[in-house]
Design a protein around this ligand. Structure first.
Ligand code: CA
Length: 668
């Protein structure tokens, strides 16, 4: 049975609040539901209605969609599931069979943030850069296009949006050396309609658009050799009346402007919000949140559209809290900055100048010679975790990170395509803390902030135990739902922040919840599964007294009485083989590890539990170490061969470093 979702239905989504038709529920991406059956009076009766368990512990980031009683979501490895939203019964699944060794070209695991649905088809972007269209009724493939050059280290983790019959998709890979762009494809046929590059290519090849010619004025040197970055890997929003599609773009590649653009220029359109004509992809306006970004301060974060009363006038605004720690309110017709205020302590700039709309830039903070300690750090004051805007309270709820970082130019930096190219000296050698991924000298924190976008002030906050928490849902039932790193899925009063209900789910939650209704009954759904950047790079674990459970999709209703099986028990950690290498070999292995391995296996070889902790390898893994690292023996699990960048002596040095880290881990 085809699912006739189209623009008319999505624009009028409030007429059918039982459905969740697009990523942010509505084109304005407010993630607010008008449903009230579950509310602040009865939320204590919420219980598990059903759950779907995946065989992995890799993390889940997807926002499920619900259309007329059918739920569409993505599990690990880009598998799409269609489920009976009332019972969880599987209707079909589609496995796009992504090559698992592509994981080498991702920063953050096999993340996928969900699908789009339009006129009887379900759309997904895959980790190997495809956009696929599957029949919503049968689960059969209808068409697929390769949206990226498969020879380049592109990946896709974001959810597509469909506007005016066009499927819009971006990509990721700035740190690996790619050039960002967004493409729109005909939803029916998969034919390309337009492409908007977010950073300029080599001027000698000519510019694709006048916008690229303008952008190239703000770059210096031979940036195109490094790709440039500016990848649009997560957020979009759409104003149907203005026919504007809003694109949030990412950081530069490499991070440091010195390594990328001879230390000069704004480097458009890095870390920017760009408005384009939804039908032609033509540039309309942009606002750059972080000119000349050198700190991984992406503006790919969630954008929310709303009409706000500001100074006695109703303004059509776009709101964003990018990684750089400021909350921005823009006029979404013109891109004019209405207001900006920092929602965490920041020191990369002193203020945003309201005349020019630009931050005051402090030359030393570009760390030309000396390292600088800046807040926020590269995972930001706010990452991809969805916010929510509640029109009743007028507040935006932000999953806030309290972080900082030592930024330092690596004078020995050499660009290597396909590896993690930051241009940063490896300053942070202290092993990370378990729960927050910070270190004892640099502890991190996190909270949920209720933020007034008109007065630009925090109204209240909920302090979290761990750093890497979930996205937010608010409802007209005076409720706010959020999962956390401590394994609790909780409901709070949206007006006061008082916690009304919680349930332990045996793993950390990083995804955002949704709500929907089938046959007159309201449900709350959330993907529970620990993973993503901060589990991998940061090595942060969920705050639990047991290992995280398998990834699961959990669905709740009033009076739900399903139970989860008991949580996993702590494994016995095997002893490493004796360390026979010299101190120099261990040191060399540590440097290689920090250049190549840590992006997945964690700083200091501390795993956040998403992939095996290399300090805890079994004897058989130690025995097969070179077969795995050079021979690709585990490429089917996502561990590709690195024989192109490592020789046998390198692999042995890395092995020695890991044995030394295992010994340190075993010290009382
Ligand atoms: Ca980045």
């Amino acid at each position: 049975m085809p699912v006739p979702v189209d623009g008319t239905r999505i624009i009028a989504a409030d007429r059918e609040p039982g459905n969740w038709l697009t990523h942010g529920r509505t084109y304005d991406e407010q993630r607010y539901s008008p449903l009230t059956q579950i509310n602040d009076e009865n939320v204590g009766e919420l219980g598990l209605a059903w759950y779907l368990e995946f065989p992995t512990r890799r993390g889940l980031e997807a926002t499920p969609l619900v259309v007329d009683g059918v739920m569409y979501t993505t599990g690990p490895w880009n598998v799409i599931y269609a489920l009976d939203a009332e019972t969880g019964r599987e209707l079909w699944r589609y496995d796009p069979k992504v090559p698992m060794e592509r994981l080498r070209y991702t920063c953050c695991g096999i993340s996928n943030r969900g699908v789009a649905v339009w006129n009887g088809k379900v759309y997904e972007g895959t980790i190997d850069g495809r956009l696929i269209a599957v029949d919503a009724g049968s689960g059969e493939l209808v068409w697929q296009v390769q949206t990226t050059d498969p020879e380049q280290p592109y990946s896709i983790t974001g959810a597509p949006r469909v506007v005016n019959g066009k499927v819009v998709i971006g990509n990721s890979g700035a740190e690996f050396g790619v050039r960002g762009y967004v493409t729109a494809y005909d939803a029916g046929t998969g034919e390309q309609v337009w492409r908007f590059y977010t950073v300029p290519g080599n001027p000698a090849d000519g510019f694709e658009t006048p916008a690229m010619e303008m952008a190239a004025e703000t770059w210096t040197g031979e940036w195109w050799k490094y790709g440039g970055g500016g990848t649009a890997w997560d957020s979009f929003a759409f104003d149907a009346e203005l026919n504007l599609l809003y694109i949030g773009t990412g950081n530069g590649g490499p991070w440091s402007r010195h390594a990328r653009s001879a230390g000069r220029g704004d480097n458009l359109f890095l870390s920017s919000i760009i408005a384009v004509n939804a039908d032609s992809g033509e540039y309309v306006w942009h606002y750059q949140t972080t000119p000349g970004d050198s700190w991984d301060y992406t503006a790919t974060q969630h954008m929310i559209l709303a009409d706000l009363e500001i100074d006695g006038e109703t303004r059509k605004v776009l709101m964003q809290a990018p990684k750089n720690g400021f909350f921005y309110v823009l006029d979404r017709a013109t891109g004019e900055l209405i207001s900006a205020n920092n929602f965490v302590p920041v020191n990369w700039t002193t203020r945003i100048d309201m005349e020019s709309g630009r931050p005051a830039l402090i030359p030393e903070n570009y760390y030309p010679e000396k390292p600088v300690v800046l807040r926020p750090g590269p995972i930001g004051a706010h990452n991809w975790k969805s916010m929510s805007y509640h029109p009743g309270t007028g507040l935006v709820y932000i999953p806030v990170l309290e972080t900082f970082f030592i930024y330092s130019n690596d004078p020995a930096f050499k660009y290597t395509p396909g590896l993690w190219n930051l241009g940063q000296a490896p300053e942070l050698t202290e092993p990370p803390n378990d729960a927050d991924g910070g270190t004892s000298s640099f502890p991190f924190g996190a909270h949920l902030a209720a933020w007034d976008p008109v007065s630009q002030r925090e109204v209240w906050r909920i302090q979290h135990k761990g750093l890497w928490n979930g996205g937010v849902l608010t409802t007209a039932g005076n409720l706010l739902f959020q999962g956390a790193a401590d394994g609790d899925f909780s409901a709070y009063r949206v007006d006061s922040g008082e916690r009304l209900w919680r349930i332990p789910v045996q793993t950390g939650i990083i995804a955002a919840p949704i709500t929907y209704m089938v046959d007159g009954e309201q449900y709350i759904a959330v993907n529970a599964g620990w993973g993503g950047t901060w589990s991998l790079i940061g090595g942060a674990r969920p705050v639990l007294d047991h290992p995280p459970a398998h990834d699961r999709l959990l669905v709740f209703k009033l009076g739900g009485d399903q139970q989860l099986p008991p949580p996993p028990e702590k494994p016995v950690i095997p002893a490493p083989p004796p360390l026979t290498a010299s101190a120099d070999q261990v040191k060399k292995g540590g440097v290689l590890y920090n250049n190549i391995c840590y992006v997945c296996h964690g700083a200091g070889a501390v795993s956040g539990g998403t992939i095996p902790d290399l300090r805890h390898m079994a004897p058989a893994t130690h025995g097969a170490f070179n077969d795995i690292v050079l021979g690709g023996a585990l490429s089917a699990n996502g561990m590709a061969s690195f024989a192109d960048v490592l020789n046998e002596a390198d692999a042995e040095a890395i092995h020695a470093y890991l044995i030394s880290r295992a010994n340190e881990d075993r010290q009382p």
